[in-house]
Design a protein around this ligand. Structure first.
Ligand SMILES: Cc1cc2nc3c(=O)[nH]c(=O)nc-3n(C[C@H](O)[C@H](O)[C@H](O)COP(=O)(O)OP(=O)(O)OC[C@H]3O[C@@H](n4cnc5c(N)ncnc54)[C@H](O)[C@@H]3O)c2cc1C
Length: 295
């Protein structure tokens, strides 16, 4: 049963897409463009993500890269306000570093067709943290339109933040969505929150247009306080939230005149992403259950 659910091409999983619909914009590029258009109308920008990860065959990684190129064309021709986010394991990291870098470079070159040419490399589990950062730095040496994600829960991240600030690289700061052992990651919510705010300060104060990715009211309040204390203007950073997560908070942030970017995933490989959302918040699991029973 689990195997059937996890197989993205199965009609079985397709039948269950209605449960994921709140967090996933649709299965096709056109669905994602429409979702972004609606967000743009409410004052939010977006970052489009074509769902998929842990790809182990070249053909799929190449196809995913080509989907990204088509997404960039669609963003440019539709005029929506969106950049893109990409996972390196979706474009071949598990096949080889040079192969993934080559695919990333194709995306970075095509991204110049977009008024916002920026490409964010998502951060995945700790098995690929170092390789992801190394490929990011190789790409950043050649292309300025690429940025990275750092996870506040990892013990290594204070050093990674300093390195990114020194490089002048754009960072999205998030808590971290992957289950990690205590030897490399903080475990308690309070410790992760405290580290998040400690890391947000140098990024906001000395970094380049950081993305503050969280739905946590306490972190958002803490970041507003840092910004006030340092006299940082609102055009020097953006809040970022996930499609479908806490929409009332999203509207409030926009009403307060902060920049807000919504991460908009789409595609048929929604299972891994969807299960991470369910696992991290009881509210999300309850929502999924209620959508089953309200049918
Ligand atoms: C734009 C974006 C991009 C991301 N990219 C990555 C990435 O590349 N790599 C990665 O590992 N992770 C990524 N993440 C995920 C991130 O690491 C966290 O797993 C995820 O955001 C959950 O943490 P949180 O800080 O948003 O708040 P949570 O820990 O989910 O919630 C914190 C607090 O917020 C309140 N709250 C939250 N939801 C609700 C609700 N529905 N109703 C009422 N109160 C609520 C509660 O008080 C809760 O205690 C990304 C997240 C975002 C927003």
């Amino acid at each position: 049963m689990i195997e059937r659910l996890l197989s993205p091409d199965s009609s079985f999983q397709r039948r269950f897409f209605f449960i994921a619909r709140r967090f996933v914009a649709g299965e096709r590029i056109a669905d994602a463009v429409e979702a972004v258009r609606r967000l743009n109308e409410t004052g939010m920008s977006a970052s489009l993500d074509f769902l998929g990860e842990d790809v182990t065959d070249r053909q799929t990684a190449t196809k995913t890269t080509e989907t990204y190129l088509a997404m960039l064309d669609a963003i440019a021709s539709s005029g929506i306000r969106s950049n893109i986010s990409v996972k390196l394991t979706a474009i071949g990291l598990l096949i080889g570093d040079d192969f993934a870098l080559g695919n990333l470079e194709r995306i970075l070159q095509r991204a110049h067709i977009n008024p916002d040419p920026f490409v964010r490399i998502d951060m995945e589990g700790s098995a690929v943290t170092q390789r992801t950062l190394a490929i990011f730095e190789r790409a950043f040496g050649e292309y300025e339109n690429v940025g990275i994600v750092l996870q506040a829960m990892l013990r290594r991240t204070p050093a990674d933040v300093e390195r990114a600030v020194a490089l002048g690289a754009r960072v999205r700061l998030c808590k971290g969505a992957y289950k990690e052992p205590p030897s490399i990651a903080l475990a308690s919510t309070d410790d992760i929150r405290a580290q998040y705010l400690r890391l947000a300060e140098p990024l906001l104060d000395r970094g380049v247009y950081p993305g503050i990715a969280t739905h946590d009211r306490r972190l958002i309040a803490g970041v507003k306080e840092i910004v006030r204390a340092h006299g940082i203007s609102r055009d020097r950073f953006e809040f970022q939230m996930l499609y479908g997560s806490r929409p009332e908070l999203q509207r409030r942030i926009v009403a307060e005149n902060y920049n807000l970017r919504i991460y908009v995933p789409f595609g048929t490989h929604w299972a891994g992403y969807f299960y991470r959302r369910i696992a991290e918040r009881r509210e999300n699991a309850l929502f999924a259950l209620s959508s089953i029973f309200s049918r």
